[in-house]
Write a protein that binds this ligand. Structure first.
Ligand code: PMP
Length: 353
């Protein structure tokens, strides 16, 4: 720390992103990226737009916002695009949490939530999941604040039904619910259509996972006009050109080629089912994941040990040094070849033990 760093941030513990090793070619199953490249139209659009980089991007991202709104059947004024969904989540913590409205989220969930709360100096309450990592909506019944709910949850992959979330929205109309649907395209139910009926709902999605665009940084928030206006106030006070030209063009092209991504998501679900079965045959406990990753533990090696052994053998998975989930690894679902390699390496590790 330099002597100039203000007290305001001196105790902030930043988020630790998953490893992005540059030195060695791994089978990379650690950061929930897609194994498939972006669609051909996205590649063309990025190339064309690169020639116009001398110009600022459209601060309103009109074409992209209209494309997303059209695709999801909402108004453009109900959509805001962002530099990854992380940026929009941060705006939501800034806009909708304060001393009277603490952030409420699960004890086991996306590790960025407590960081956003600390960064913005807002209080937060971590609501324990049940022993099996499922979430009971009743645990939130009496709590005042702003709910942040990853659905499907990370790193467990477990999803709530849309009816359960609707019941939360109905029971507490005075409370805002931010539903982070980063992984929703892999088999969970989206509550996005409910924004028409509930002004206490903000849905956040990303192009990073099902649309193979993690490196482009593109997310979007959908909610009633008032909520989107609030988020815009923060966007225009932070970074008006938050979505760059190439990413914006890529987003429009990705929406136009939706079938390509739907087919890839279906393949990932198929690979997930196959991998889950293989892991269970090897004696693993595996959560019922509706996302593009599995969360698994075994009595045969600890989570950290499995992570380290797999890494030595060229396969990267994610391990979290955190209470309750120390025994687990999170495994991103890749192509069938990658998953076959994972299972083969786990067998070798078990045989050697
Ligand atoms: N929400 C959850 C639950 C995530 O796991 C991630 C990915 N790390 C994000 C949001 C952020 O994704 P991005 O910023 O790439 O859109």
């Amino acid at each position: 720390m330099s002597r100039f760093f203000t007290d305001r941030f001196a105790s902030l513990t930043p988020y630790t992103p998953g490893e992005q090793p540059q030195e060695r070619q791994y089978v990379k199953l650690n950061t929930n990226e897609s194994p498939y490249p972006p669609s051909p139209g996205v590649l063309r659009a990025v190339g064309q737009e690169a020639g116009r980089l001398q110009l600022y991007s459209d601060p309103e991202s009109k074409l992209l916002t209209a494309a997303i709104a059209g695709h999801y059947g909402v108004k453009a004024s109900e959509v805001l695009v962002g530099n990854g969904s992380d940026e929009l989540l941060n705006f939501a913590f800034m806009a909708f949490c304060d001393e009277e409205h603490p952030a409420l989220f699960a004890d086991i969930t996306y590790g960025f939530y407590p960081v956003f709360a600390e960064l913005n100096r807002v209080p937060y309450v971590e609501v324990p999941l049940r022993g099996d990592f499922t979430l009971s909506k009743d645990d939130y019944g009496q709590l005042n604040g702003t709910v942040f709910l990853a659905n499907p949850n990370a790193p467990t992959g477990i999803a709530l039904s849309s009816a359960e979330i609707e019941a939360m929205l109905c029971s507490r109309p005075d409370r805002l619910h931010v539903i982070d649907e980063a992984y929703v395209d892999f088999g969970a139910e989206s509550v996005l259509p409910l924004i028409k009926r509930f002004d206490n709902l903000l849905v956040i999605q990303t192009f990073s996972k099902s649309r193979s665009m993690a490196g482009a940084r593109l997310g979007f928030a959908v909610g009633c006009e008032g909520l989107i206006r609030d988020l815009n106030t923060l966007k225009y006070s932070t970074n008006p050109y938050n979505v760059n030209r190439m990413t914006s063009a890529a987003g429009v092209a990705a929406i136009a080629e939706n079938d390509y991504y739907r087919e890839n998501a279906a393949r990932i679900i198929e690979n997930r089912n196959w991998t889950r079965e293989q892991l269970m045959n090897l004696g693993f406990e595996v959560t019922d994941s509706r996302s593009n990753f599995l969360f698994a533990r075994t009595d045969r090696v600890s989570g950290n040990e499995l992570y380290l052994r797999l890494k030595e053998r060229g396969v990267l998975v994610r391990h979290f040094h955190k209470d309750r989930i120390e025994d687990y690894v999170r495994i991103t679902i890749g192509s069938r070849d990658q998953m076959e390699r994972l299972i083969a390496e786990i067998r070798t590790i078990f045989d050697a033990a």
